[in-house]
Design a protein around this ligand. Structure first.
Ligand SMILES: O=C(O)C(=O)[C@H](O)COP(=O)(O)O
Ligand code: GLU
Length: 422
């Protein structure tokens, strides 16, 4: 049986966590801070739990330079829950703002009728489809609101022979005029496609106003500096760069919360023929209760807090320090792959290939399947595990999340070179 130190795990999520964090967590599970009770046994209503939540929020805000006018929410439901939550909450906000803008009174049937006509005609949710996850998010919006309310801004399969692997040029994007949201997935875990920067077409103007941009950053959060102020919401599951599976984080612009924006009443939404979110997906409910509307896994938030503390200690320049390491790891692995074009082929286009999910194929002769099986078996024998591509894509995928050390990427790069020449 291998020991933990002999393995470098490149799984796509859940992913590696720092060993010292897990060692401390193991102790905290038995007896947290000499309370005689483990962290997972304490009430989520206790002061201790509130302190853990508040500290993790403050440290996350510090790592990412989250401005004051943003709220941080810890939620349930994973990325998939957020596909629904973003659609519900931002469609609700759009309706609330339209009602205000047009001065319509929801107690007057004729005003409700007018609002309904505006909704039917103009409510649009815009999606950039660049991989399996954004495709699922757009499909969920269609399921909830109907295809007539969903606008596909661009679909990379159209320019890439029916497959994901690129990001269409912004000049071809078909953005709606007044969309309730413009959604994109900053890094597609399955397809290994990453937006190289914040899209120019979505940048706010000189007055600070711009489209309502939502991003799924499940797999590349905390791997680079991000212009938080350009987003209305960013969400991510914890299980790649932050902690164990079970917590989904939302960074939300406060202007989408009361007192500035309140979700329309369920009665009004019903009259408009629009869906009403389950209460645990409603951002204003979660924000009002500081993420404790219902039972939250404080153990998971505790680990998130420890990972953030470690990042702050390791990198005085916070996420910029982590970004430099992430870029270096990616460079090492891509360089090794590109040195042997007869053996390896990176799946996505070079300009948009991901720094954290390196997806490639292996062939020696014509038998790709045999070559990839041999690659995985020999890698595993050397302690390099979790390299199998997602079942929907096949091939090899090396996920270089934050807990994969630079030495892990070096070992992988060496193995890639050795395998090619063996
Ligand atoms: O984006 C990814 O990569 C993910 O793994 C998804 O966020 C996972 O979604 P859930 O399984 O957490 O719903
Ligand atoms: N997050 C993992 C698992 C996704 C899944 O199979 O549900 C991935 O993208 O590979």
């Amino acid at each position: 049986m291998p020991s933990r130190s002999e393995i470098t795990y490149f799984g796509a999520g859940p992913a590696l966590l720092p060993t010292e964090v897990l060692e401390d967590a193991a102790k905290a599970l038995i007896n947290y801070q000499d309370t005689g009770l483990g962290i997972a046994e304490h009430s989520h209503r206790s002061q201790l739990a509130t302190d853990i939540i508040n500290k993790a929020k403050a440290d996350l805000a510090s790592c990412l330079d989250v401005p004051e006018d943003y709220e941080i929410l810890f939620m349930h439901g994973g990325g998939t829950g957020e596909f629904s939550a973003t659609a519900y909450n931002f469609a609700g906000a759009w309706v609330a703002n339209k009602q205000k803008e047009l001065g319509l009174d929801s107690t007057k049937p004729e005003d409700v009728q007018k609002l309904k006509e505006v909704v039917n005609k103009d409510l649009k949710l815009d999606y950039l489809v660049t991989g399996g996850w954004s495709q699922k998010a757009s499909a969920e919006a269609e399921r909830l609101f109907g295809a007539e309310h969903v606008n596909i801004v661009a679909d990379s399969r159209k320019e890439n022979g029916g497959k994901f692997g690129s990001i269409p040029d912004e000049s071809s994007w078909n953005l709606s005029k007044d969309a309730a949201l413009v959604y994109y997935c900053a890094n597609e875990t399955v397809d290994g496609v990453e937006f190289p920067a914040f899209p120019k077409a979505l940048e706010p103007g000189p007055d600070g106003k711009g489209p309502i941009v939502i991003a799924d950053m499940s797999s590349n959060i905390l791997t680079q500096k991000i212009p938080v102020k350009n987003f209305s919401a960013i969400f991510f599951g914890a299980q790649k760069n932050l902690g164990p599976t079970g917590i989904t984080v939302v960074i939300l612009k406060k202007s989408f919360l009361p007192p500035v924006t309140s979700q329309p009443s369920p009665a009004l939404m019903r009259k408009l023929g629009l869906p009403i979110p389950p209460i645990i997906l409603q951002y204003e409910t979660i924000a009002k209760n500081n993420s404790l509307y219902n039972t939250l896994s404080i153990f998971d938030v505790y680990i998130i807090g420890q990972v953030l503390q470690r990042m702050l200690k390791t990198y005085p320049d916070k996420v910029a320090g982590q970004q430099a390491v992430t870029d270096k790891k990616a460079q090492l692995v891509y360089d090794a792959i590109e040195a042997y074009p007869d053996v390896y082929r990176v799946i996505p286009a070079k300009a948009t290939r991901s720094r954290v999910n390196v997806c490639f194929r292996v062939s020696k002769g014509d038998d790709v399947d045999a070559a990839e099986k041999a690659f995985l078996a020999q890698g595993t024998a050397q302690g390099l595990t979790g390299l199998k591509g997602h079942r929907s894509l096949g091939g090899i995928r090396a996920s270089l999340y934050n807990s994969v050390p630079l030495e892990g990427a070096e070992k992988l790069a060496k193995f890639i070179r050795d395998f090619a020449t063996s």
